[in-house]
Design a protein around this ligand. Structure first.
Ligand code: URA
Length: 212
């Protein structure tokens, strides 16, 4: 058996529902990226940020994680504030954005209908996430954006969920990595006040002090 690569092929069809949805969106918008969105950033990263899945008018359209939808505005501004990115983010893949010691990936690489991947899709995509982690030799810290990426990661490491409960700003040590939990930086979470910019920054302040 060949090992899972860290990146899914752009035309991955392992999840039938997601592949069909991609086909539907591609038929309407043939000029969009319309594929499994690859991770973005530094292969020498000591920090990996794990989102949920591409947004349909964001990463699915542009081909870069958190690019083109609201969630990226807060994520990239915060990464810049803590020295993990330059200030070039302009929600276009050709904006000149660079990440420093950081990579961004998604627990599910293809856009799910209604932004909601089902359990089987999360399970099917997990080997790509774990291969991504294994392919980063300098990796020390992982930020999980939301409970789904946290639970998938804990499962990927074969650790007990009960021993590693998701909570905003919680930290967990698993397999030699420090996991930092955050509520997802989605528009919904920020509009409802579940996540404020200050709460989000507090997570990255913890990461920065851990890595320094
Ligand atoms: N865009 C992504 O790439 N991932 C998310 O989790 C949300 C938006």
């Amino acid at each position: 058996m060949t090992a899972t690569p860290p990146e899914a092929p752009a035309d991955c069809r392992l999840c039938p529902r997601l592949a069909t949805y991609r086909d539907e969106v591609r038929a309407k918008h043939p000029d969009w990226f319309n594929g499994a969105v690859p991770s973005f950033g530094d292969e020498a990263a000591s920090l990996l940020v794990v989102g949920l899945a591409p947004g349909v008018t964001g990463a699915h359209k542009t081909g870069r994680p958190f690019t083109g939808d609201y969630a990226g505005d807060l994520l990239y501004a915060t990464l810049h504030k803590f020295g993990f990115a330059n200030a070039a983010f302009d929600a276009r893949p050709d904006d000149g954005l660079e990440l420093y010691n950081t990579m961004i990936t998604n627990a599910v690489r293809c856009v799910p209908p209604q932004n909601k991947p089902v359990g089987a899709e999360i399970n099917t995509c997990r080997p790509f996430m774990m291969a991504r982690i294994a392919a980063l030799p300098e990796l020390k810290a992982i930020v999980c954006l939301g409970g789904i990426s946290h639970a998938s990661l804990v499962r990927g490491f074969g650790a007990r969920q009960a021993a590693h409960k998701f909570a905003h700003q919680a930290q967990h040590d698993i397999d030699g990595y420090r996991i930092f939990d955050s509520y997802h930086c989605s528009r919904y979470n920020t509009n409802t006040g579940r996540l404020t910019p200050e709460m989000f920054e507090a997570v990255f302040a913890d990461v920065a002090s851990f890595l320094n």
